[in-house]
Design a protein around this ligand. Structure first.
Ligand code: KG4
Ligand code: ZN
Length: 338
């Protein structure tokens, strides 16, 4: 089984060829064109600009990698949502066109499901049921994965996503876009116990998250200490204390959920899974609980099509989600808990 995967949900144009047999998966090709430099000028992603760039880049990316007549490809997998509508639509329309032209099955997958499947790249054997902490720029969720293609969301953010909070705090500290990596880098030189920022909903007996209070708290704190924004050590201490608050809540809630649902493995997924502190704390949690922790390889933490291809590969195994190519529509709010 060999699939062509297309991902254009945000500001990365990505294609991949994923092949496999049973649980053994190979990434034959994975190419990503990042638009980050373009969007950095605006301080965030402009959906229409993203869509235009996807269209410009997607066919050049495929050249020399994807056979022009689709030979050897068994199915086409595409991210149908969630994401930015104009951006998603580009990938979906390209995938539909190829599926019709080549007469191949078309498999839409959720971007979030893709992030979870990034953990299957690299050959780790993952015992199910698993609990996935999915943390990206748009989502923060705890998801139980009972079996391939069977997910149950047990908690999510009621306001900002964790990555969004990183991006906003980066702006407050005048750090470049994308903010997450910049805050994390600055935090390396900071004291994580310097300031005590709030841990939203930590004491609550459910698995939802809230990061807007933390964001506002950092904002007011910086307004009060505006003069110190010139002081690099002060900024590093703010970054480290903020990061500590985010990671603390994420890991403690994950720990509670893992105990309640008695899962066999823990998975980290989404762009924020690149965060070194979060990866380390999740590993510590797994060691304490005696539960294996899987984290995606660094290059598959950010948006890419390989993870989307793997999700589609598993869906293709049991013919789940094969759709009529002409009826597929991009859905910016697509829910992956099917
Ligand atoms: O999954 P992703 O690439 O895009 C979405 O699906 O949203 O996630 C991007 C998010 C951004 O908010 C970015 O700032 C954050 O992931 N991020 C990080 C790190 N690397 C990326 N946040 C914290 N620490 C990092 N090292
Ligand atoms: Zn993503």
């Amino acid at each position: 089984m060999k699939v062509l995967a297309i991902e254009t949900s945000c500001d990365e144009t990505a294609i991949a060829i994923v092949s496999g047999e049973g649980e053994r998966i190979e990434i034959d090709a994975s190419l990503v064109f990042s638009q980050v430099e373009t969007h950095a000028e605006y301080g965030g992603v402009i959906p229409e600009v993203a869509a235009r760039m996807h269209l410009e880049k997607i066919f050049p990316l495929m050249e020399g990698v994807v056979p022009t007549n689709g030979e050897g490809i068994d199915a086409i997998v595409v991210t149908a949502g969630p994401g930015l509508s104009p951006a998603l639509r580009t990938g979906v329309e390209v995938a539909k066109t190829l599926a019709v032209l080549w007469n191949k099955p078309l498999i839409p997958v959720s971007h979030m499901e893709g992030h979870i499947y990034a953990n299957w790249i690299g050959g780790d054997e993952i015992a199910l049921p698993a609990l996935a902490l999915v943390v990206s720029g748009g989502h923060t969720e705890l998801v139980l994965m009972h079996a391939h293609g069977t997910f149950e969301r047990i908690g999510e953010t009621i306001d900002d996503a964790a990555g969004e909070a990183f991006d906003k705090v980066a702006q407050m500290l005048a750090l470049p876009y994308p903010g997450g990596p910049a805050v994390a880098k600055l935090a390396e030189r900071g004291n994580a116990t310097a300031f005590d920022f709030p841990r939203g909903l930590l004491e609550k007996d459910h698995f939802d998250f809230s990061f807007s209070g933390l964001k506002t708290s950092v904002l007011y704190f910086l307004r009060k200490h505006e003069a110190q924004l010139e002081d690099e050590q002060f900024c590093a201490d703010v970054a480290a204390s903020f990061q500590e608050a985010v990671v603390d809540v994420l890991v403690k809630k994950t720990a509670r959920a893992a105990k309640k649902y008695d899962v066999k493995s823990l998975l980290l997924a989404g762009g924020v899974s690149a965060n070194t502190l979060l990866r380390a704390r999740m590993k510590e949690l797994g060691d304490d609980m005696g539960v294996p922790v899987h984290v995606p390889e660094m290059k598959y933490t950010m948006d890419n099509a390989a993870m989307v291809g793997v999700a589609g590969y598993f869906r293709a195994q049991d013919k789940k989600n094969v759709v009529d190519p002409l009826s597929l529509q991009a859905d910016s709010n697509l829910d992956f808990v099917l």
